[in-house]
Design a protein around this ligand. Structure first.
Ligand code: FAD
Length: 426
């Protein structure tokens, strides 16, 4: 019988095509071997990543083995984790950056909008990961039967290609000396006397570290394993659906926002151009508010009601949730810091979290560098990161949270809300 190592399998389907007895089936991300397998080994030879073996064979080792210990382990290679890993590796720490997916940046769960000024603090814009350059925003507010539209010029931003962007950030971390590993999932923490001392991997390996940075996104588990309270209340969750629509004719320099409780209760719909007649068209709604349809159904309605969009063809569908919450009471514990979506550091007004995660990743890595130099990785020392976050962006995020809290349940976008929203998307 052939055994599948799901931590290695990349679901390419190559094995299925060479099997003489139809013993293999590929569901989207699941390869199954059924009882008709005759142990011929054809599939084992066809597998490009060594994920298949006959039951009697021994496993081939990974190309570049992990060390038993690093100064810093970063879980999650999104923008937050990649910037943290790069910052720490540049300062000479030994760093392991792990990503559970097989391709960093994919599948994309993002509308990919980002402001120029915030972005260039981390990386110079490069054509290969920029889909469109934005100079204006149009905000339409529908409330109490009236529709108001305002255009805000003077902004400068980009719609990214996150698949390429996230990978570029991880490449920079690798160039700085970080050990980057894909298809490597953290499944637990090593905890000694209440302090985090490393991680456990799905493969069973135990890797030690002075500090762990949990940058594992909205689905974060690492913080919970460390005893931090990261559960997201439903009212602080934006439920999103988005198509990449092709074949539409819209201004490629303008982003469009529709704030309307009929379109997206407690949230908004967006159109972010990606050049060549394409745009990310999506919406996010507050999870606990009453609605008569799913986010995807509401998105379909929004598109059908808009002739400029209804002529388009969806070439990608994504779904995802955005935490629009206050950060957890504690962002750190002994030996561990939370960063990015894992720390709920998204702008509660817009759902934008790319640059926030990068900012937090950099701040956390700087504190990790100091803590390791001082041989003090206690929560008390690491709290410097929480303080730095609060001073840098945290206060603004809290203010925006209060504004959204007033707006969403009352279903009323007052002037203060719209002004703050316009500023946030500029
Ligand atoms: C529909 C939608 C639209 C959005 N639009 C925008 C936008 O236009 N602009 C904007 O700024 N933000 C936007 N966001 C938010 C933005 O995508 C996130 O805030 C940002 O990606 C956060 O970065 P991060 O590094 O914290 O986490 P992520 O980018 O989510 O990265 C976390 C990584 O950790 C990995 N991981 C998780 N668990 C483990 C584990 N156990 N072991 C190893 N790896 C693990 C995940 O696979 C993932 O790659 C949007 C989000 C959604 C859902």
């Amino acid at each position: 019988m052939v055994i599948v190592d799901s931590t290695r399998c990349c679901y390419c389907g190559g094995c299925v095509s060479v099997c003489p007895v139809d013993a293999l089936t590929l569901a989207e991300t699941r390869l199954q071997v059924n009882a008709s397998c005759i142990d011929c080994g054809e599939c084992v030879h066809a597998c490009p990543v060594g994920a298949l073996q006959l039951q009697t064979e021994t496993r081939v080792g990974a190309a570049r083995p992990l060390r038993p210990a690093y100064d810093l382990i970063v879980v999650g290679a999104g923008p937050g984790g990649a910037v943290a890993a790069q910052t720490a590796a540049q300062a000479g720490l030994t760093v392991l950056l792990i990503e559970k997916r097989q391709e960093i940046g994919s599948p994309v769960r993002c509308a990919e909008g980002v402001g120029h000024d915030a972005l260039v603090k981390f990386i110079a814009p490069a054509a290969r990961w920029i889909a469109a350059e934005i100079t204006q925003a149009e905000i339409t507010v529908v409330a109490e039967g009236a529709t108001r539209t305002r255009r805000a010029g003077g902004g400068h931003g980009y719609i990214l290609e996150r698949r390429v962007f996230d990978r570029a950030l991880a490449e920079r971390a690798a160039q700085a000396g970080a050990h980057v590993r894909v298809k490597t999932s953290a499944t637990g923490l090593l905890i000694e006397n209440g302090a985090v001392r490393g991680i456990r991997l799905e493969s069973g390996e135990r890797i030690e570290a002075h500090v762990v940075i949990a940058a594992d996104g909205v689905e974060s588990q690492v913080g919970r394993w460390a005893g931090l309270e990261t559960q997201l209340p439903l009212k602080d969750t934006m439920v999103c659906a988005q198509y990449l629509l092709a074949g539409i004719d819209i201004d490629p320099t303008c982003t469009y926002y529709t704030i309307s409780h009929t379109v997206a209760p407690g949230g908004y719909a967006w159109i972010f151009p990606k050049g060549s007649g394409k745009a990310n068209v999506g919406l996010g709604l507050q999870a606990d508010l009453p609605r008569d349809a799913s986010a995807l159904d509401l998105l379909n309605r929004f598109i059908e009601s808009n002739p400029a969009l209804a002529c388009g063809y969806p070439v990608t569908l994504i779904a995802g949730n955005v935490p629009v919450a206050l950060p957890p009471a504690r962002l750190v514990t002994d030996g561990l810091m939370l960063v990015g979506d894992a720390a709920r550091q998204v702008d509660p007004l817009t759902g934008g979290g790319i640059v926030n995660a990068m900012t937090a990743g950099q701040l956390a890595a700087r504190v990790a560098i100091e803590a390791i130099a001082a041989r003090d990785t206690s929560a008390k020392f690491l709290h410097r990161y929480a303080d730095a976050w609060h001073k840098t962006l945290g206060r603004k995020m809290e203010r925006n949270y209060r504004l959204r809290e007033k707006f969403a349940p009352a279903q009323r976008a007052d002037d203060a809300f719209v002004r703050a929203f316009a500023l946030a998307v500029k």
